[in-house]
Design a protein around this ligand. Structure first.
Ligand code: SF4
Ligand code: SF4
Ligand code: SF4
Length: 190
């Protein structure tokens, strides 16, 4: 049974790493096609971001081009995920996963049972508005596996990014268009 569990978790990690690879390659192709003359695009440094909420409100797009990204390889697959659950509303014994227990205001996080006591959390980008609320919860109580990134299949590559101008942490900077993501796993342009 222990071997089965290890195999299942290994399969999930493999899946997660493959997903990150696709994110980088697919994003790179889109970004390269639209990058400015300097060959750079805007991106959020997840280590500098303080999840102030302005990524949701200051992008020229509605919803924002900023989305939550999940590095599954860093995730603890926690049953009580504080990126998913509102910490103040969790009773001693978890009684449900209804909206009243959830942190995300748009129901953009999918929670799926893996094996006791592990759960997988997947972001539905079509619902995510880049508010960073889940990121703040995961950073405060969890592994920090959730973070914000400008998605280059949505960003229109403004000459001056309106979010970068407003960002109180100066967390948004230009990165090479052929490595357009700053993934937590690598801490370098991917
Ligand atoms: S809490 Fe905000 S950043 Fe996180 S998934 Fe929901 S909308 Fe996206
Ligand atoms: S460059 Fe423009 S579209 Fe892209 S994240 Fe910034 S404000 Fe939004
Ligand atoms: S504006 Fe800056 S600090 Fe605020 S959520 Fe966006 S990247 Fe993070």
């Amino acid at each position: 049974m222990a071997d089965d569990n290890a195999t299942t978790r290994r399969a999930f990690l493999t899946h997660a790493l493959r997903g990150l690879g696709l994110l980088a390659v697919g994003g790179a192709a889109a970004a390269l096609a639209q990058a400015g003359a300097a060959g750079t695009v805007w991106q959020i440094d997840p280590d500098a971001c303080i999840q102030c909420g302005q990524c949701a409100t200051h992008c020229v797009l509605r919803p924002s081009a900023v989305k939550c990204v999940h590095t599954h390889a860093l995730c603890g697959y926690c049953k009580l995920c504080f990126g998913y659950f509102e910490s103040e509303s969790i009773p001693d014994e978890l009684t449900g996963t209804g909206a009243e227990f959830q942190r995300c205001p748009t129901d953009a996080i999918r929670r799926r049972f893996v094996e006791d006591p592990f759960y997988e959390y997947v972001i539905d980008e079509s619902r995510c508005i880049g508010c960073g609320t889940c990121v703040k919860g995961c950073a405060a109580y969890g592994n920090g596996s959730l973070f914000l990134q400008i998605r280059h299949d949505r960003c229109v590559h403004c000459n001056a990014c309106a979010i970068a101008a407003a960002c109180p942490a100066r967390a948004i900077r230009r990165v090479p268009a052929d490595r357009p993501y700053l993934l937590k796993q690598t801490r370098a342009p991917a």
